[in-house]
Design a protein around this ligand. Structure first.
Ligand code: FE
Ligand code: FE
Ligand code: ZN
Length: 179
């Protein structure tokens, strides 16, 4: 069946983010488990809790459409999860993985932020005032999560675990660079 209306597109995108949020529940739990730093672990577990609430808000949006909540696989988020798994296969150090996760999580937040912005625009055009409000709440949580992760990334102290050779190379680069 050909898709023609903005209602149909809205529903399609709603099912996509519904799938994405569910996939992120597992990813956030895993990233929390991979964090040795207490604050980083907390950031992931906190956002996981928020994600549970986000799904509840999406349930309500489905309800206003007179629909049962359902998911349609989101290849965007699945792709990011796949990338992470590929990175793990490269056997990074625990510290590097922890730092990687902070960046990977930011990628998912960017995806979610745009997904919610699009959904809000459509809900607004469709005059779905309640849905706009719930989707705005989700959007705000994603934006706050992104900002927290950005701060965590900038404060993350990556100790140089490289060999002496690497240190020398870095030093040489510094001396030879003419800035
Ligand atoms: Fe989310
Ligand atoms: Fe998607
Ligand atoms: Zn999120």
């Amino acid at each position: 069946m050909a898709m023609q209306t903005i209602e149909e597109l809205f529903e399609h995108e709603l099912k996509d983010i519904y799938s994405a949020e569910h996939a992120l529940l597992g990813a956030l739990e895993q990233m929390a488990n991979e964090s040795s730093d207490r604050d980083i672990r907390k950031a992931f577990t906190q956002h996981r809790k928020e994600t549970v609430n986000q799904i509840k808000r999406l349930d309500r949006v489905f309800k206003t459409l007179g629909q049962k909540p359902s998911a349609e696989t989101c290849p965007g988020i699945e792709g990011l999860i796949k990338e992470k798994k590929a990175f793990v296969r490269a056997r990074p150090s625990a510290e590097l993985l922890e730092y990687y996760n902070i960046g990977a999580a930011q990628k998912t937040e960017r995806y979610e932020i745009t997904a919610y912005e699009n959904l809000i625009d459509m809900a607004d055009k469709l005059g779905m005032d309640d849905a706009v409000e719930w989707l705005e709440q989700n959007l705000q949580e994603e934006e706050a999560a992104l900002n927290r992760l950005k701060t965590i990334a900038s404060e993350f102290d990556v100790t140089d675990e490289g060999s002496d050779e690497n240190v020398t190379t870095a030093a040489e680069e510094t001396t030879t660079s003419r800035r």
